[in-house]
Design a protein around this ligand. Structure first.
Ligand SMILES: NC(=O)C1=CN([C@@H]2O[C@H](COP(=O)(O)OP(=O)(O)OC[C@H]3O[C@@H](n4cnc5c(N)ncnc54)[C@H](O)[C@@H]3O)[C@@H](O)[C@H]2O)[C@@H](O)CC1
Ligand SMILES: [K+]
Length: 457
Protein backbone atom coordinates (compact mmCIF):
# COMPACT_ATOMS: atom_id res chain seq x y z
CA UNK A 1 0.00 0.00 0.00
CA UNK A 2 1.56 3.28 -1.00
CA UNK A 3 0.28 6.84 -0.47
CA UNK A 4 -0.88 8.48 -3.68
CA UNK A 5 0.79 11.93 -3.56
CA UNK A 6 3.02 12.37 -6.60
CA UNK A 7 1.88 9.15 -8.29
CA UNK A 8 0.51 8.91 -11.86
CA UNK A 9 -3.21 8.94 -12.64
CA UNK A 10 -4.43 6.60 -15.40
CA UNK A 11 -7.80 6.42 -17.12
CA UNK A 12 -9.42 3.00 -17.54
CA UNK A 13 -8.14 2.81 -21.13
CA UNK A 14 -4.61 3.86 -20.11
CA UNK A 15 -4.63 1.24 -17.35
CA UNK A 16 -5.80 -1.42 -19.78
CA UNK A 17 -3.06 -0.38 -22.22
CA UNK A 18 -0.45 -0.69 -19.46
CA UNK A 19 -1.81 -4.14 -18.59
CA UNK A 20 -1.90 -5.16 -22.25
CA UNK A 21 1.73 -4.09 -22.68
CA UNK A 22 2.71 -6.20 -19.66
CA UNK A 23 0.73 -9.13 -21.04
CA UNK A 24 2.38 -8.74 -24.46
CA UNK A 25 5.75 -8.75 -22.70
CA UNK A 26 4.97 -12.11 -21.14
CA UNK A 27 3.10 -11.50 -17.88
CA UNK A 28 -0.26 -13.29 -17.90
CA UNK A 29 -3.57 -11.72 -16.82
CA UNK A 30 -3.70 -14.43 -14.15
CA UNK A 31 -0.35 -13.29 -12.78
CA UNK A 32 -1.56 -9.68 -12.67
CA UNK A 33 -4.71 -10.82 -10.91
CA UNK A 34 -2.67 -12.84 -8.42
CA UNK A 35 -0.60 -9.75 -7.65
CA UNK A 36 -3.69 -7.57 -7.33
CA UNK A 37 -5.50 -10.10 -5.12
CA UNK A 38 -2.42 -10.69 -2.97
CA UNK A 39 -2.00 -6.92 -2.48
CA UNK A 40 -5.66 -6.57 -1.55
CA UNK A 41 -5.44 -9.51 0.89
CA UNK A 42 -2.36 -8.04 2.51
CA UNK A 43 -4.00 -4.63 2.90
CA UNK A 44 -7.24 -6.15 4.25
CA UNK A 45 -5.29 -8.30 6.70
CA UNK A 46 -3.59 -5.22 8.10
CA UNK A 47 -6.70 -3.03 8.16
CA UNK A 48 -9.20 -5.62 9.40
CA UNK A 49 -7.26 -7.06 12.33
CA UNK A 50 -9.04 -10.13 13.64
CA UNK A 51 -12.50 -9.07 12.44
CA UNK A 52 -14.60 -11.20 10.09
CA UNK A 53 -14.40 -10.19 6.42
CA UNK A 54 -17.07 -10.41 3.73
CA UNK A 55 -15.89 -10.04 0.12
CA UNK A 56 -18.42 -9.20 -2.61
CA UNK A 57 -17.33 -10.53 -6.01
CA UNK A 58 -18.68 -9.31 -9.35
CA UNK A 59 -18.66 -10.97 -12.79
CA UNK A 60 -15.49 -9.38 -14.22
CA UNK A 61 -11.84 -9.17 -13.28
CA UNK A 62 -12.57 -6.94 -10.31
CA UNK A 63 -14.50 -9.91 -8.93
CA UNK A 64 -11.51 -12.10 -9.86
CA UNK A 65 -9.31 -9.96 -7.62
CA UNK A 66 -11.86 -10.54 -4.86
CA UNK A 67 -11.73 -14.35 -5.19
CA UNK A 68 -7.91 -14.30 -5.12
CA UNK A 69 -7.94 -12.09 -2.02
CA UNK A 70 -10.51 -14.35 -0.32
CA UNK A 71 -8.44 -17.49 -0.98
CA UNK A 72 -5.31 -15.81 0.35
CA UNK A 73 -7.00 -14.48 3.49
CA UNK A 74 -8.43 -17.94 4.14
CA UNK A 75 -4.97 -19.50 3.67
CA UNK A 76 -3.62 -16.98 6.18
CA UNK A 77 -6.14 -18.19 8.74
CA UNK A 78 -8.54 -15.25 8.55
CA UNK A 79 -12.29 -15.56 8.86
CA UNK A 80 -13.55 -14.65 5.40
CA UNK A 81 -16.78 -15.23 3.45
CA UNK A 82 -17.65 -14.54 -0.20
CA UNK A 83 -20.93 -13.35 -1.70
CA UNK A 84 -21.68 -12.89 -5.43
CA UNK A 85 -24.63 -12.13 -7.66
CA UNK A 86 -23.61 -14.77 -10.18
CA UNK A 87 -20.74 -16.74 -11.62
CA UNK A 88 -17.68 -14.94 -13.04
CA UNK A 89 -17.57 -14.41 -16.81
CA UNK A 90 -13.96 -13.61 -17.76
CA UNK A 91 -11.37 -16.41 -18.11
CA UNK A 92 -9.11 -14.91 -15.45
CA UNK A 93 -11.99 -14.43 -13.01
CA UNK A 94 -13.24 -18.00 -13.66
CA UNK A 95 -9.73 -19.29 -12.87
CA UNK A 96 -9.61 -17.16 -9.71
CA UNK A 97 -13.05 -18.41 -8.65
CA UNK A 98 -11.72 -21.99 -8.82
CA UNK A 99 -9.15 -21.11 -6.15
CA UNK A 100 -11.87 -20.31 -3.62
CA UNK A 101 -13.01 -23.52 -2.01
CA UNK A 102 -15.52 -22.01 0.42
CA UNK A 103 -19.20 -21.25 -0.16
CA UNK A 104 -20.36 -18.39 -2.37
CA UNK A 105 -23.43 -16.83 -0.75
CA UNK A 106 -26.12 -15.13 -2.84
CA UNK A 107 -25.47 -11.39 -2.69
CA UNK A 108 -29.10 -10.44 -2.05
CA UNK A 109 -29.36 -12.43 1.18
CA UNK A 110 -25.73 -12.32 2.39
CA UNK A 111 -25.31 -11.67 6.11
CA UNK A 112 -23.23 -8.60 6.99
CA UNK A 113 -19.69 -8.66 8.43
CA UNK A 114 -17.69 -6.04 10.34
CA UNK A 115 -15.33 -5.67 7.37
CA UNK A 116 -16.80 -5.37 3.87
CA UNK A 117 -14.64 -5.66 0.75
CA UNK A 118 -16.27 -4.52 -2.49
CA UNK A 119 -14.92 -6.36 -5.54
CA UNK A 120 -18.15 -6.12 -7.54
CA UNK A 121 -17.10 -3.77 -10.33
CA UNK A 122 -13.91 -1.93 -11.19
CA UNK A 123 -12.78 -0.02 -14.24
CA UNK A 124 -15.13 -2.01 -16.49
CA UNK A 125 -18.32 -0.51 -15.04
CA UNK A 126 -20.24 1.34 -17.73
CA UNK A 127 -23.66 1.89 -16.20
CA UNK A 128 -25.49 1.93 -12.86
CA UNK A 129 -25.62 -1.27 -10.81
CA UNK A 130 -28.92 -3.07 -11.13
CA UNK A 131 -31.31 -2.21 -8.31
CA UNK A 132 -30.86 -5.48 -6.40
CA UNK A 133 -27.04 -5.33 -6.49
CA UNK A 134 -27.01 -1.65 -5.51
CA UNK A 135 -29.38 -2.30 -2.61
CA UNK A 136 -27.29 -5.23 -1.34
CA UNK A 137 -24.10 -3.21 -1.51
CA UNK A 138 -25.72 -0.31 0.36
CA UNK A 139 -27.18 -2.58 3.05
CA UNK A 140 -23.94 -4.47 3.67
CA UNK A 141 -21.88 -1.24 3.69
CA UNK A 142 -24.20 0.35 6.26
CA UNK A 143 -23.86 -2.71 8.50
CA UNK A 144 -20.05 -2.86 8.31
CA UNK A 145 -17.61 -1.00 10.53
CA UNK A 146 -14.93 -0.86 7.87
CA UNK A 147 -15.59 -0.71 4.11
CA UNK A 148 -12.83 -1.30 1.57
CA UNK A 149 -13.27 -0.87 -2.19
CA UNK A 150 -11.10 -2.83 -4.61
CA UNK A 151 -9.76 -0.51 -7.33
CA UNK A 152 -12.79 1.84 -7.27
CA UNK A 153 -16.05 1.81 -5.31
CA UNK A 154 -18.65 -0.08 -7.38
CA UNK A 155 -20.88 2.54 -8.96
CA UNK A 156 -18.36 5.28 -9.75
CA UNK A 157 -17.27 6.15 -13.29
CA UNK A 158 -13.51 5.62 -13.39
CA UNK A 159 -12.61 8.41 -15.78
CA UNK A 160 -14.74 11.41 -14.98
CA UNK A 161 -15.52 11.10 -11.28
CA UNK A 162 -19.29 10.94 -11.73
CA UNK A 163 -21.35 8.40 -9.81
CA UNK A 164 -24.03 6.11 -11.20
CA UNK A 165 -26.81 6.57 -8.62
CA UNK A 166 -26.30 5.81 -4.93
CA UNK A 167 -22.76 4.72 -4.02
CA UNK A 168 -21.77 4.14 -0.38
CA UNK A 169 -18.89 6.21 1.01
CA UNK A 170 -16.03 3.77 1.61
CA UNK A 171 -13.39 4.15 4.30
CA UNK A 172 -10.53 2.91 2.11
CA UNK A 173 -10.05 2.36 -1.62
CA UNK A 174 -7.21 0.15 -2.86
CA UNK A 175 -6.27 1.45 -6.32
CA UNK A 176 -4.77 -1.37 -8.38
CA UNK A 177 -1.58 -0.48 -10.23
CA UNK A 178 -2.26 3.26 -10.22
CA UNK A 179 -4.73 5.91 -9.13
CA UNK A 180 -7.59 6.72 -11.50
CA UNK A 181 -9.39 10.07 -12.00
CA UNK A 182 -12.34 8.85 -9.89
CA UNK A 183 -10.06 8.73 -6.84
CA UNK A 184 -9.56 12.49 -7.09
CA UNK A 185 -12.47 14.05 -8.97
CA UNK A 186 -15.73 14.80 -7.21
CA UNK A 187 -18.27 13.48 -6.48
CA UNK A 188 -16.61 10.03 -6.82
CA UNK A 189 -13.56 10.99 -4.74
CA UNK A 190 -15.75 11.62 -1.69
CA UNK A 191 -16.91 7.96 -1.94
CA UNK A 192 -13.33 6.61 -1.94
CA UNK A 193 -12.15 7.53 1.56
CA UNK A 194 -8.40 7.08 1.99
CA UNK A 195 -6.86 5.93 -1.29
CA UNK A 196 -3.78 3.72 -1.38
CA UNK A 197 -2.11 2.23 -4.45
CA UNK A 198 -1.46 -1.51 -4.61
CA UNK A 199 1.47 -1.98 -7.02
CA UNK A 200 0.93 -4.85 -9.48
CA UNK A 201 4.37 -4.74 -11.04
CA UNK A 202 3.63 -2.94 -14.28
CA UNK A 203 5.04 0.41 -15.38
CA UNK A 204 2.38 3.09 -15.21
CA UNK A 205 3.31 6.32 -16.89
CA UNK A 206 0.93 9.18 -17.41
CA UNK A 207 0.81 12.85 -18.30
CA UNK A 208 -1.42 13.26 -15.23
CA UNK A 209 0.03 13.21 -11.73
CA UNK A 210 -1.31 13.71 -8.24
CA UNK A 211 -0.13 16.88 -6.53
CA UNK A 212 2.91 16.26 -4.34
CA UNK A 213 4.74 18.42 -1.86
CA UNK A 214 6.89 20.76 -3.98
CA UNK A 215 10.54 21.57 -3.43
CA UNK A 216 10.37 24.76 -1.37
CA UNK A 217 13.95 25.22 -0.25
CA UNK A 218 15.09 28.51 1.28
CA UNK A 219 16.62 31.17 -1.03
CA UNK A 220 20.34 30.65 -1.77
CA UNK A 221 22.88 32.41 0.42
CA UNK A 222 23.50 35.12 -2.18
CA UNK A 223 19.79 35.87 -2.74
CA UNK A 224 18.49 39.42 -2.80
CA UNK A 225 14.95 40.70 -2.99
CA UNK A 226 14.76 40.74 -6.78
CA UNK A 227 16.29 37.31 -7.31
CA UNK A 228 13.59 35.93 -5.01
CA UNK A 229 11.04 37.36 -7.41
CA UNK A 230 9.13 40.59 -7.82
CA UNK A 231 5.35 40.45 -7.95
CA UNK A 232 3.19 43.34 -9.12
CA UNK A 233 -0.50 43.17 -8.21
CA UNK A 234 -2.97 45.36 -10.08
CA UNK A 235 -5.45 46.97 -7.72
CA UNK A 236 -9.06 47.29 -8.84
CA UNK A 237 -12.37 48.40 -7.42
CA UNK A 238 -12.20 46.25 -4.26
CA UNK A 239 -8.81 47.14 -2.86
CA UNK A 240 -8.96 44.52 -0.13
CA UNK A 241 -8.81 41.64 -2.60
CA UNK A 242 -5.64 42.94 -4.28
CA UNK A 243 -4.16 43.60 -0.86
CA UNK A 244 -4.90 40.03 0.24
CA UNK A 245 -3.23 38.71 -2.91
CA UNK A 246 -0.23 40.97 -2.31
CA UNK A 247 0.02 39.79 1.30
CA UNK A 248 -0.14 36.18 0.07
CA UNK A 249 2.63 36.84 -2.46
CA UNK A 250 4.83 38.28 0.31
CA UNK A 251 4.16 35.38 2.67
CA UNK A 252 4.65 32.81 -0.09
CA UNK A 253 8.22 34.02 -0.50
CA UNK A 254 8.32 36.81 -3.09
CA UNK A 255 11.22 39.18 -2.37
CA UNK A 256 9.45 42.35 -3.47
CA UNK A 257 5.74 42.98 -3.91
CA UNK A 258 4.21 46.09 -5.35
CA UNK A 259 0.57 47.13 -5.52
CA UNK A 260 -0.24 49.08 -8.67
CA UNK A 261 -3.13 51.53 -8.36
CA UNK A 262 -4.55 54.07 -5.96
CA UNK A 263 -2.96 53.82 -2.52
CA UNK A 264 -4.39 51.88 0.40
CA UNK A 265 -3.63 53.52 3.77
CA UNK A 266 -3.78 50.31 5.80
CA UNK A 267 -1.43 48.24 3.63
CA UNK A 268 1.67 46.72 5.28
CA UNK A 269 4.81 48.90 5.17
CA UNK A 270 6.62 46.19 3.20
CA UNK A 271 4.14 46.52 0.34
CA UNK A 272 5.44 49.02 -2.21
CA UNK A 273 2.64 51.17 -3.62
CA UNK A 274 2.86 52.72 -7.08
CA UNK A 275 0.54 54.26 -9.62
CA UNK A 276 -0.65 51.93 -12.37
CA UNK A 277 0.99 53.50 -15.39
CA UNK A 278 3.19 52.58 -18.32
CA UNK A 279 6.38 53.28 -16.40
CA UNK A 280 5.45 51.01 -13.48
CA UNK A 281 4.35 48.24 -15.83
CA UNK A 282 7.55 48.52 -17.85
CA UNK A 283 9.72 47.60 -14.84
CA UNK A 284 11.81 44.74 -16.21
CA UNK A 285 12.27 43.29 -12.73
CA UNK A 286 8.61 42.23 -12.53
CA UNK A 287 8.69 38.43 -12.42
CA UNK A 288 4.92 38.02 -12.27
CA UNK A 289 2.05 40.39 -12.81
CA UNK A 290 -1.25 39.50 -11.14
CA UNK A 291 -4.55 40.96 -12.25
CA UNK A 292 -8.11 40.09 -11.33
CA UNK A 293 -8.66 39.97 -7.56
CA UNK A 294 -11.28 42.65 -6.81
CA UNK A 295 -10.70 44.18 -10.25
CA UNK A 296 -14.37 44.88 -11.03
CA UNK A 297 -15.81 44.60 -14.52
CA UNK A 298 -16.25 48.26 -15.45
CA UNK A 299 -14.41 50.36 -18.04
CA UNK A 300 -11.53 51.03 -15.64
CA UNK A 301 -11.14 47.28 -15.12
CA UNK A 302 -11.08 46.70 -18.89
CA UNK A 303 -8.48 49.42 -19.33
CA UNK A 304 -6.25 47.98 -16.58
CA UNK A 305 -6.54 44.53 -18.10
CA UNK A 306 -5.56 45.81 -21.56
CA UNK A 307 -2.50 47.46 -20.01
CA UNK A 308 -1.53 44.22 -18.27
CA UNK A 309 -2.03 42.12 -21.41
CA UNK A 310 0.10 44.53 -23.41
CA UNK A 311 3.16 43.75 -21.25
CA UNK A 312 5.31 40.69 -21.78
CA UNK A 313 5.58 39.84 -18.09
CA UNK A 314 4.60 36.39 -16.84
CA UNK A 315 0.94 36.89 -15.99
CA UNK A 316 -1.59 35.45 -13.54
CA UNK A 317 -5.22 36.22 -14.44
CA UNK A 318 -7.80 35.63 -11.73
CA UNK A 319 -11.29 36.62 -10.58
CA UNK A 320 -13.10 39.41 -12.41
CA UNK A 321 -10.45 39.57 -15.14
CA UNK A 322 -11.51 36.09 -16.27
CA UNK A 323 -14.89 37.58 -17.22
CA UNK A 324 -13.28 40.27 -19.37
CA UNK A 325 -11.16 38.16 -21.71
CA UNK A 326 -11.60 35.39 -24.27
CA UNK A 327 -9.29 32.42 -24.88
CA UNK A 328 -8.57 33.87 -28.33
CA UNK A 329 -7.41 37.15 -26.79
CA UNK A 330 -4.99 35.26 -24.52
CA UNK A 331 -3.58 32.57 -26.76
CA UNK A 332 -1.10 34.76 -28.63
CA UNK A 333 0.88 35.86 -25.57
CA UNK A 334 4.42 34.54 -25.43
CA UNK A 335 5.20 35.00 -21.72
CA UNK A 336 3.99 32.37 -19.24
CA UNK A 337 0.29 32.71 -18.47
CA UNK A 338 -1.71 31.17 -15.61
CA UNK A 339 -5.50 31.40 -15.31
CA UNK A 340 -7.13 30.52 -11.99
CA UNK A 341 -10.88 30.07 -12.58
CA UNK A 342 -13.38 28.53 -10.20
CA UNK A 343 -16.30 26.69 -11.84
CA UNK A 344 -18.31 29.84 -12.58
CA UNK A 345 -15.35 31.70 -14.04
CA UNK A 346 -14.37 28.63 -16.04
CA UNK A 347 -17.85 28.43 -17.57
CA UNK A 348 -17.82 32.15 -18.36
CA UNK A 349 -14.48 31.91 -20.14
CA UNK A 350 -14.62 28.50 -21.80
CA UNK A 351 -18.27 27.45 -21.61
CA UNK A 352 -19.70 24.84 -19.22
CA UNK A 353 -17.34 21.85 -19.09
CA UNK A 354 -18.52 18.85 -21.08
CA UNK A 355 -17.15 15.59 -19.69
CA UNK A 356 -14.61 15.33 -16.93
CA UNK A 357 -13.03 18.27 -15.15
CA UNK A 358 -9.64 16.88 -16.13
CA UNK A 359 -10.48 16.81 -19.84
CA UNK A 360 -12.12 20.24 -19.65
CA UNK A 361 -9.06 21.79 -18.00
CA UNK A 362 -6.76 20.22 -20.63
CA UNK A 363 -8.91 21.54 -23.50
CA UNK A 364 -9.01 24.99 -21.93
CA UNK A 365 -5.23 25.03 -21.54
CA UNK A 366 -4.82 24.36 -25.25
CA UNK A 367 -7.43 26.93 -26.25
CA UNK A 368 -5.93 29.74 -24.17
CA UNK A 369 -2.32 28.47 -24.44
CA UNK A 370 -2.20 28.95 -20.69
CA UNK A 371 -1.77 26.91 -17.56
CA UNK A 372 -5.23 26.47 -16.09
CA UNK A 373 -5.86 26.13 -12.37
CA UNK A 374 -9.47 24.88 -12.39
CA UNK A 375 -10.26 25.40 -8.72
CA UNK A 376 -12.63 23.54 -6.43
CA UNK A 377 -12.58 20.71 -3.92
CA UNK A 378 -10.74 18.76 -6.65
CA UNK A 379 -8.46 21.37 -8.21
CA UNK A 380 -7.08 20.38 -11.62
CA UNK A 381 -4.01 22.12 -13.01
CA UNK A 382 -3.42 21.65 -16.75
CA UNK A 383 -0.72 22.92 -19.09
CA UNK A 384 -1.05 23.43 -22.86
CA UNK A 385 1.46 20.60 -23.49
CA UNK A 386 -1.02 18.08 -22.02
CA UNK A 387 0.54 17.65 -18.59
CA UNK A 388 -1.90 17.85 -15.71
CA UNK A 389 -1.81 17.67 -11.93
CA UNK A 390 -4.81 16.88 -9.73
CA UNK A 391 -4.88 17.98 -6.11
CA UNK A 392 -6.36 15.67 -3.49
CA UNK A 393 -9.48 16.72 -1.65
CA UNK A 394 -9.17 20.31 -0.42
CA UNK A 395 -9.84 21.46 3.13
CA UNK A 396 -13.50 22.51 3.02
CA UNK A 397 -12.74 25.53 5.24
CA UNK A 398 -11.08 27.06 2.17
CA UNK A 399 -14.61 27.97 1.08
CA UNK A 400 -14.22 31.45 2.52
CA UNK A 401 -14.15 34.93 0.98
CA UNK A 402 -10.70 35.94 -0.22
CA UNK A 403 -9.33 32.40 -0.33
CA UNK A 404 -8.98 32.63 -4.13
CA UNK A 405 -7.16 35.97 -3.89
CA UNK A 406 -4.66 34.31 -1.56
CA UNK A 407 -4.14 31.43 -3.97
CA UNK A 408 -3.56 33.81 -6.89
CA UNK A 409 -0.99 35.75 -4.83
CA UNK A 410 0.82 32.57 -3.81
CA UNK A 411 0.97 31.35 -7.41
CA UNK A 412 2.27 34.74 -8.58
CA UNK A 413 5.05 34.60 -5.97
CA UNK A 414 6.14 31.14 -7.10
CA UNK A 415 5.99 32.16 -10.77
CA UNK A 416 8.08 35.26 -10.05
CA UNK A 417 10.57 33.02 -8.27
CA UNK A 418 11.41 31.42 -11.62
CA UNK A 419 9.35 28.22 -11.70
CA UNK A 420 7.69 27.05 -14.92
CA UNK A 421 4.02 27.93 -15.01
CA UNK A 422 2.78 24.39 -14.26
CA UNK A 423 5.19 24.00 -11.35
CA UNK A 424 4.37 27.45 -9.96
CA UNK A 425 0.65 26.73 -10.13
CA UNK A 426 1.08 23.33 -8.49
CA UNK A 427 3.34 24.66 -5.76
CA UNK A 428 0.87 27.48 -5.09
CA UNK A 429 -2.05 25.08 -4.79
CA UNK A 430 -0.03 22.85 -2.46
CA UNK A 431 1.07 25.80 -0.24
CA UNK A 432 -2.49 27.11 -0.07
CA UNK A 433 -3.79 23.69 0.99
CA UNK A 434 -1.02 23.20 3.51
CA UNK A 435 -1.59 26.66 5.04
CA UNK A 436 -5.29 25.80 5.42
CA UNK A 437 -4.45 22.46 7.01
CA UNK A 438 -2.26 24.18 9.59
CA UNK A 439 -4.94 26.74 10.50
CA UNK A 440 -7.75 24.39 11.47
CA UNK A 441 -11.40 25.41 11.23
CA UNK A 442 -13.05 28.74 10.33
CA UNK A 443 -9.95 30.74 9.48
CA UNK A 444 -10.25 33.92 7.45
CA UNK A 445 -8.34 34.70 4.26
CA UNK A 446 -6.08 37.22 6.04
CA UNK A 447 -4.89 34.41 8.36
CA UNK A 448 -4.48 32.12 5.36
CA UNK A 449 -2.17 34.58 3.61
CA UNK A 450 0.03 34.84 6.72
CA UNK A 451 0.01 31.06 7.22
CA UNK A 452 1.62 30.56 3.79
CA UNK A 453 4.95 31.50 5.40
CA UNK A 454 4.68 28.68 7.92
CA UNK A 455 3.55 26.27 5.20
CA UNK A 456 6.63 27.18 3.14
CA UNK A 457 8.84 26.31 6.07
N1 LIG B 1 -7.03 -6.22 -16.99
C1 LIG B 1 -6.09 -6.67 -16.17
O1 LIG B 1 -5.06 -7.13 -16.60
C2 LIG B 1 -6.29 -6.59 -14.71
C3 LIG B 1 -7.49 -6.13 -14.20
N2 LIG B 1 -7.70 -6.10 -12.89
C4 LIG B 1 -9.05 -5.86 -12.37
O2 LIG B 1 -9.98 -5.87 -13.39
C5 LIG B 1 -10.87 -4.79 -13.27
C6 LIG B 1 -11.43 -4.49 -14.59
O3 LIG B 1 -12.02 -5.71 -14.97
P1 LIG B 1 -13.15 -5.83 -16.07
O4 LIG B 1 -12.73 -5.07 -17.27
O5 LIG B 1 -13.41 -7.27 -16.20
O6 LIG B 1 -14.35 -5.05 -15.46
P2 LIG B 1 -15.10 -5.17 -14.06
O7 LIG B 1 -14.60 -6.23 -13.21
O8 LIG B 1 -15.18 -3.80 -13.58
O9 LIG B 1 -16.53 -5.71 -14.50
C7 LIG B 1 -17.25 -5.16 -15.49
C8 LIG B 1 -17.98 -6.28 -16.18
O10 LIG B 1 -19.32 -6.17 -15.90
C9 LIG B 1 -20.04 -5.71 -17.04
N3 LIG B 1 -20.78 -4.54 -16.56
C10 LIG B 1 -20.44 -3.25 -16.69
N4 LIG B 1 -21.33 -2.48 -16.03
C11 LIG B 1 -22.21 -3.33 -15.47
C12 LIG B 1 -23.36 -3.15 -14.65
N5 LIG B 1 -23.76 -1.95 -14.28
N6 LIG B 1 -24.04 -4.24 -14.26
C13 LIG B 1 -23.64 -5.45 -14.63
N7 LIG B 1 -22.58 -5.68 -15.40
C14 LIG B 1 -21.87 -4.64 -15.81
C15 LIG B 1 -19.02 -5.39 -18.10
O11 LIG B 1 -19.51 -5.79 -19.34
C16 LIG B 1 -17.81 -6.21 -17.63
O12 LIG B 1 -17.90 -7.50 -18.14
C17 LIG B 1 -10.04 -3.69 -12.64
O13 LIG B 1 -10.83 -2.74 -12.00
C18 LIG B 1 -9.21 -4.52 -11.69
O14 LIG B 1 -9.93 -4.72 -10.48
C19 LIG B 1 -6.76 -6.67 -11.96
O15 LIG B 1 -7.09 -8.01 -11.79
C20 LIG B 1 -5.35 -6.54 -12.46
C21 LIG B 1 -5.19 -7.04 -13.83
K1 LIG C 1 -14.95 -2.36 -6.60
Amino acid sequence: MIPIAGTPVLTAAEMRAAEDAAIAAGTSVDTLMQRAGAGVADAVRRLAGVNDVLILCGPGNNGGDGYVAAARLHAAGRSVRVAASGEPRTPAAIAARALWTGAVEPLATAAPAPVLVDALFGTGLSRALDAETGAALGRLARQANLTIAVDVPSGVATDDGTVFGEVPAFHVTLALGAAKPAHLLQPAAARCGTVRVIPIGIPTDSATQILARPDLTAPPVDAHKFTRGMVAVVRGRMAGAAQLAASAAMHAGAGYVTLLGATIPSAPHALVRRRLDAEALADPRIGALLIGPGLGRDDDACASLEQALATDHPLVVDGDALHLVTPERLCDRHAPLILTPHAGEFAALFGAPAGSKLAAARDAAVRAQATIVFKGPDTVIAAPDGHAIIAGEANSWLSTAGSGDVLAGAIAALLAGGRRALDAAAAGVWLHGEAARRLGPAFIADDLAVALAGARA
